[in-house]
Design a protein around this ligand. Structure first.
Ligand code: AMP
Length: 188
């Protein structure tokens, strides 16, 4: 079933893990903007050089760059049967741009999963994950900067396709809840 899914949630919510499982189960393409940016940095491309200091600081990459990155990604064939978008949108401008891009393709965001978990749990998870950008003060900063903006949640809620997911649980339980939601959407 072609379906365009957006996963919202703070760093440490398990968006990437769950998006990969959804992708494996449904065949929807997994698009992870953080992975794309880290790949650009590893390849030392122009984009990579530009965003490297931003990721190192734990800040957000400017909207224009992110929107162009997603525009180029959605132009690739493998997304035509639907995608699971993990890490985008992170701002209201990105959410609006995504809708405009999809409208041009005669598509729309069909489902928004909002992964919810307490700040302290996100903090502990990021501390354990121990990526190089996950030093304690950096984690606090990322949680502050990368919190899902309320206006993005409100925007999708108003469209009626936002579903909250209890992300403060073991991976299999979260995935079970995600599968239940996908089954409900498929039955619509
Ligand atoms: P993630 O792997 O999703 O935690 O993303 C890693 C980093 O990439 C973030 O800390 C941001 O600096 C940057 N990033 C990823 N997606 C976005 C986005 N949609 N808007 C702005 N910055 C982003």
């Amino acid at each position: 079933m072609p379906l365009d899914v957006v996963i919202l949630g703070p760093p440490g919510a398990g968006k990437g893990t769950q998006a990969m499982r959804v992708s494996a189960e449904t065949g929807l393409s997994h698009i992870a903007t953080g992975d794309m940016l880290r790949a650009a940095i590893a390849a030392e491309s122009g984009l990579g050089q530009r965003v490297r200091p931003i990721l190192e600081r734990g800040d957000l990459v400017p909207d224009e760059l992110m929107i162009e990155l997603i525009r180029a990604r959605l132009a690739l064939d493998d997304t035509s049967n639907g995608f699971v978008l993990d890490g985008f949108p992170r701002t209201f401008a990105q959410a609006e741009a995504l809708d405009a891009m999809l409208a041009d393709l005669d598509r729309r965001v069909g489902l928004v999963l909002e992964f919810q978990l307490p700040d302290e749990v996100a903090y502990e998870r990021l501390l354990e994950r121990g990526r190089s950008d996950d030093e304690p003060e950096m984690i606090r900063h990322r949680l502050d900067v990368q919190r899902v903006p309320e206006e993005v949640v409100t925007y999708y809620r108003a469209k009626g396709n936002l579903v909250g997911i209890h992300a403060d649980r073991p991976v299999d339980e979260v995935f079970g809840e995600v599968q239940d939601v996908l089954a409900t959407v498929a039955a619509r």
